[in-house]
Structures are given as C-alpha cells and as structure tokens.
Design a protein around this ligand. Structure first.
Ligand code: GAR
Length: 172
C-alpha cells in the first residue's frame, strides 16, 4: 500500500482483510512518501510493516526506483495506491504492469488530479463519486474496475462532499 497522508483507505483495506472480505490477502508493506503521514501510525498500530521513503527533492525516476526495489524486496504481488499523491513513472508502471490499483474521488475520466471534489462542485455536476482503476502512465487513468455514485447536495462544500465520497471509497 502506498500512501501520502491520512490513510483511511489503507485502514478500510486492512479492515476488509481482517474481516475475511478479501480472501488470501495480506498487506506486506505500507510506504509513505511523506514523513509524519498519519497513515504510518495507523499501520504501526496494526503491526503492519510501514516505512517512509521520502520523495522530497528526488527526480521521479530516482524516487520510483527506490520504491519499486522496496516493493520487490517485500515480494509484493499487487500495489494499492491509497491516497498516494504522485504520478508513477513509466518504469514503475512497467515493473508492476496490470498489478497497480488506484482509488480516486471522482467518476473518472471526469476530474482527474488534485482536489477532485472541488473540481466537481465548481463544474456544477449533480453527481460525483469514486473510481477504482488499474494504473497506467497517465494521471488517474487506466481501465476502470469499480465506481460508486454520490449525489451532490446544493449546500455541499468540498469538505462535506469529500466526506460523503470517502464513505463510498471505503466500501468500494
Ligand atoms: C482519498 O479521497 C483518495 O481518493 C484521494 O486522496 C484521499 C486519501 O484519503 N486520492 C486522490 O485524490 C488520488 N488522485 P486517505 O489517505 O484517508 O485514504
């Protein structure tokens, strides 16, 4: 699991595995590109191996080589991006081709990138949601696995919409 922050989607995966909803799965390693990401503490509390590989100041390729090496050393089969706020290099995608999943808080291909919930509100769509997809070299792109629809209420702010979408992210 790769993350950059809070780690609630990591916890949803860990909970689903613990409850037997994802058979034969084990979280081998959690990697954060940011020091102090709350997701790291959440992993430690569950005794799941977690480490920081700081991305600050590194070229994309140099950084991704470090992460790929750590994942290969942990003999990882599937990489789940759970709030990992970085574009993957072609090298990374090739190393785990067809074995990388991402979750994104919009109905892709609408509103890729940062602040997807704010983008949806500013555009004025009446429904948004979340998407789980396989990852290719492009930002928030690749074959879609699952989506959930979330209605937008007139009084929504980016925060209230994000919270409603997040509940669906955890389920999906
Ligand atoms: C989630 O809403 C996830 O969909 C989003 O970051 C949040 C991470 O929350 N990811 C992206 O926007 C990727 N482009 P979490 O750290 O609590 O799982």
């Amino acid at each position: 699991i790769l993350l950059s922050g809070r780690g609630s989607n990591f916890e949803a995966l860990a909970d689903s595995i613990a409850a037997g909803r994802i058979p034969d799965a084990r979280i081998a390693l959690v990697i954060s590109n940011r020091e102090g990401a709350p997701g790291l503490e959440r992993a430690a509390a569950r005794k799941i191996p977690a480490r920081v590989i700081p991305s600050k100041g590194l070229e994309r390729d140099a950084y991704d080589r470090q992460v790929v090496a750590a994942l290969q050393e942990a003999r990882v089969d599937l990489v789940c991006l759970a709030g990992f706020m970085r574009l993957l290099s072609p090298y990374f995608v090739q190393q785990f081709h067809g074995r990388i999943l991402n979750i994104h808080p919009s109905l892709l291909p609408s509103f890729p990138g940062l602040e997807a919930q704010r983008q949806a509100l500013e555009y004025g769509v009446k429904f948004s949601g979340c998407t789980v997809h396989f990852v290719d070299e492009n930002l928030d792109a690749g074959p879609i696995v699952a989506q959930a629809i979330v209605p937008i209420e007139p009084a929504d702010t980016p925060d209230t919409l994000a919270a409603r979408i997040l509940a669906e992210e955890h389920r999906v």
